[in-house]
Write a protein that binds this ligand. Structure first.
Ligand SMILES: [Zn+2]
Length: 92
């Protein structure tokens, strides 16, 4: 019941009515969408400590003394050197 050009030309509510008027359609107030990632240096550090120490040392050697932990959700990089890792261990 909608022509191609109407898909873009009609107001959203009008479109919804045309397409789904046999069903109950409820339009919610627009909400601002924001992205929030719960990552932190502490969380990355905790994940890092799950790696065996020998492996950590190997990674440190390969990467000029710094481990780059990147959050898979938001892409933030957290860097840890040997000193930072030792501090994490002491804080455990
Ligand atoms: Zn993140």
């Amino acid at each position: 019941t909608v022509k191609d050009e109407e898909l873009f030309g009609l107001p959203a509510e009008e479109l919804l009515y045309r397409l789904y008027h046999e069903e109950v359609v409820e339009v919610f107030e627009p909400q601002t969408v924001s992205f929030f990632c719960g990552c932190s240096p502490e969380r990355s550090g905790a994940a890092l400590l799950l790696i065996p120490e020998t492996e950590i040392d190997e990674i440190l050697d390969e990467h000029k003394g710094s481990i780059d932990m990147q959050c898979e959700c938001c892409g933030t990089h957290y860097f840890f050197n040997k000193e930072a890792i030792n501090k994490l261990k002491q804080a455990q």
